[in-house]
Design a protein around this ligand. Structure first.
Ligand SMILES: Cc1cc2nc3c(=O)[nH]c(=O)nc-3n(C[C@H](O)[C@H](O)[C@H](O)COP(=O)(O)OP(=O)(O)OC[C@H]3O[C@@H](n4cnc5c(N)ncnc54)[C@H](O)[C@@H]3O)c2cc1C
Length: 450
């Protein structure tokens, strides 16, 4: 018997598209991928370097739009101090191209493998000095977007409300194709270093969080120790050498994680292993930070330029009100120690923290109402991590933490709505208008934004 093909039905029938990844190299291809008539599996999820720790950049049943081939730096305006670049340009490449013209990004950002699009659509934060904006997205003055139906939309400086919605929009309002950012001439800062126990840090945390300085720290809760990196602008010009910052970055992001992974294999007794790991971390931070790195700028502090994220690093970031941090930091250290005693799980790398200035330039800005301290818990120890981050999330909720949609793991939906409240409702309304068929919503984002 003859099989019935689609001709017999009189209707055109399209085979459902399979999930996959598209890597458009041009605007035309990006538009085609998003066109309603293109046979692509839904939902559509843009992805830059993929360095987020949540599922915000995944589409297991749909299509991932990998933006890394859109990697052109179109124009650096040395007179007006702006740069225009495509979304897939790596932050490290942008920093290097600007430095050749004597310019730098406004803010210190050290994950150089991330893409400009990912750094604008999701928080890209670092220790800003004083009230200087900590989010890179604040500096955006123009954007070109490809919308849910494959059309180009331009947003300019005069459309502040739209700009504010598209900054930190996690790819839910459209795919950012091109961005123009404000930049500035390179400014040197002096970096000074201190180390102290957690109680002493708690005593000075208020003063540091409110001072006109940039604050970054490395916290070792199981050793009861904190290493501080304090930055302030230099009034007299000094030399900011690249090499010490590259060594620092290499030590922190390559040497420590890979040494710890090897130690996990060859030293089976946890107490011995963790003692060794803590000693290595303490020596690295003590030596590299305080002895090598004395001054820098946002070019040198970016560290080495990488194209891939450090492999196997697990992390979850929460932000806490800077005004409460003196209490929160002691509670965090206690939480880590108690959790280790109860579950035998602990993180092997120091937690990293930095101050984020108040910034209401984006609707979904985590520091919309007040300055925060971002606290990033980092580990290479996979077994036990999932239940640890669930406890961490409960801890963070109890202490008024603000979650980041791309970096805070195991966040409850109700808590997210409570934290972002009215701003989230406004964002949802706009999202429904721009993407009524939820083409950009994957199950993870639908939990919060449907
Ligand atoms: C070891 C480590 C340390 C980190 N430290 C920091 C830190 O100190 N500070 C900090 O802020 N972050 C940090 N991060 C988190 C992360 O690097 C940033 O959030 C980064 O900005 C994400 O960029 P990406 O290119 O990897 O984007 P992705 O992770 O690929 O995507 C992030 C989000 O943006 C969306 N998106 C990506 N490109 C586009 C586009 N063109 N248009 C629209 N939407 C888009 C994605 O859909 C997703 O929702 C760290 C990550 C790691 C692995």
């Amino acid at each position: 018997m003859k099989a019935h093909g689609f001709r017999d039905t009189g209707k055109l029938y399209r085979r459902p598209a399979s999930p996959g990844i598209q890597t458009p190299k041009t605007l035309a291809r990006l538009m085609r991928a998003l066109d309603r008539n293109s046979n692509v599996a839904l939902p559509l999820r843009p992805r830059g370097a993929g360095s987020s720790s949540t599922d915000c950049n995944l589409a297991t049943q749909g299509t991932v739009i990998n933006t890394t081939a859109l990697n052109l730096i179109s124009h650096i305006d040395t007179y007006n101090h702006t740069v225009t670049a495509q979304a897939g340009v790596r932050i490290g490449e942008l920093i290097a191209a600007l430095a050749d013209e004597g310019l730098e990004l406004i803010g210190s950002f050290d994950q150089t493998e991330r893409t400009l699009g990912g750094a604008i659509a999701a928080p890209c934060m670092g220790p800003g000095i004083g009230d200087q904006a900590s989010l890179l997205s604040t500096q955006v003055i123009n954007m070109k977007i490809v919308t849910a139906n494959g059309k180009v939309m331009k947003i300019g400086e005069t459309q502040q409300h739209l700009l504010s919605a598209f900054r930190l929009s996690y790819g839910m309002l459209g795919i950012i194709y091109e961005i123009t950012l404000k930049v500035r001439p390179i400014m040197n800062f002096a970096a000074s270093h201190r180390s102290m126990d957690v109680d002493t840090f708690a005593q000075v945390a208020d003063r540091l969080a409110n001072g006109n300085i940039g604050l970054k720290f490395y916290l070792m809760p199981y050793r009861n120790h904190v290493y501080l990196d304090l930055r302030h602008f230099e009034t007299v010009g000094g030399n900011a050498y690249n090499a010490p910052w590259k060594i620092k970055d290499w030590g922190e992001s390559t040497v420590l994680p890979s040494v710890f992974r090897s130690l996990s294999r060859v030293v089976p007794i946890p107490s011995v292993r963790y003692r060794l790991m803590d000693s290595i971390s303490a020596t690295t931070h003590g030596l590299v930070n305080s002895k090598l790195v004395r001054n820098g700028n946002n070019v040198t502090a970016g560290g080495r330029h990488r194209r891939r994220k450090p492999s196997n690093l697990l992390y979850s970031t929460w932000c806490f009100p800077a005004s409460d941090f003196s209490v929160v930091v002691k509670a965090y250290a206690r939480f880590c120690r108690e959790s280790f005693a109860q579950t035998a799980y602990r993180c092997d790398l120091p937690a990293v923290g930095y101050r984020v200035a108040r910034d209401n330039s984006a609707l979904l800005s985590p520091s919309f109402d007040e300055p925060l301290i971002a606290l990033q818990t980092v580990s290479t120890q996979r077994r036990g991590w999932d239940s640890f981050v669930m406890d961490l999330s409960e801890f963070a909720e109890n202490w008024g933490g603000t979650p980041l949609f791309n970096q805070s793991l195991s966040t409850r939906d109700a808590y997210v709505s409570q934290t972002y409240s009215g701003r989230m409702e406004f964002f949802k309304k706009l999202r429904r208008r721009l993407d009524p068929e939820n083409r950009f919503l994957n199950p993870y984002l639908a939990r919060y934004f449907e």
